[in-house]
Design a protein around this ligand. Sequence first.
Ligand SMILES: Nc1nc2c(ncn2[C@@H]2O[C@H](COP(=O)(O)OP(=O)(O)O)[C@@H](O)[C@H]2O)c(=O)[nH]1
Ligand SMILES: [Mg+2]
Ligand SMILES: [Zn+2]
Length: 291
Amino acid sequence: MKTGRIIKSISGDYSVQTDDGTYITKARGLFRKNKQSPVVGDIVDFQVENETGGYIQHIHERDNMLLRPPVSNIEKVIVVMSAVEPKLSQQLLDRFLVIVHSYNITPIICITKKDLSTEIEIKEVEHLLKQYEAIGYETRFVGNHDDLSEAIKPLINGIIVLSGQSGVGKSTMMNRLFEDLNIETNKISKALNRGKHTTRHVELFEMEHGYLADTPGFSALDFSHIEKDELADLFPEFEKVKPNCKFRNCTHINEPKCAVKELIKDSSFYQLRYKHYLTLFEEIQNRKVRY
Ligand SMILES: Nc1nc2c(ncn2[C@@H]2O[C@H](COP(=O)(O)OP(=O)(O)O)[C@@H](O)[C@H]2O)c(=O)[nH]1
Ligand SMILES: [Mg+2]
Ligand SMILES: [Zn+2]
């Protein structure tokens, strides 16, 4: 029996990386027995069949797991947004951050296309990132002229996943970080606003002390697993002051003596974040019960 990490999965073939090389494994027996499907990122035990292949017997317990695309044991998600083309949307950024927090994964903010931005736009983005940094986020602002390795490599520890809407530059980043990779870029279908993507399967690419993976755009914008009572905890600055609210189950909307409302009073940045909180709260409240 050997143990390793699944770094790639293509139609039932799981590439498992071990100390002495990569094995192409299958999981048929495992699925038949307990309906378990391995995903990229899993640590698995497998029975060696020959020099290059084997059968997965056991999946180690997962720390976390994203469903679309399926990847497990993620350390951080880099939320990629472009400064321009498409223009940076703070609402979309906050939505991505909330989703990543909901999976108990640390988000990092990376803004691209600095080289396409005007001086004023650069100042605006830098100012915005300072405010996100003040509430605890690590941030990056890069463009075609910047050294991506220098910006990204220090972040790589464990499995790091790139996430963000189509067209922001995720695949471009992968191609610049890994020579000979050649992931298709710039494939946005105008007909389907989902983006006729390109990045269909997930694959972990080794870098520094971990792995980096590209994901299809919009993959992360599913809120169906988030309850409205836990939403405030997914805004770190709210979570911090929440114990000072008068009511223990304060939703920070209409209650008196609310510490969150006190916090946002003097900051337009916090007020905008709060507005996004309210919008999401309402969306969650109004969502149809699904069976
Ligand atoms: N000028 C400039 N163009 C970029 C940058 N990042 C991505 N692009 C371009 O933006 C388009 C979409 O990039 P792509 O990597 O396919 O985005 P993805 O959908 O997030 O994978 C491509 O034409 C890229 O060449 C950047 O930092 N600067
Ligand atoms: Mg792409
Ligand atoms: Zn409150």
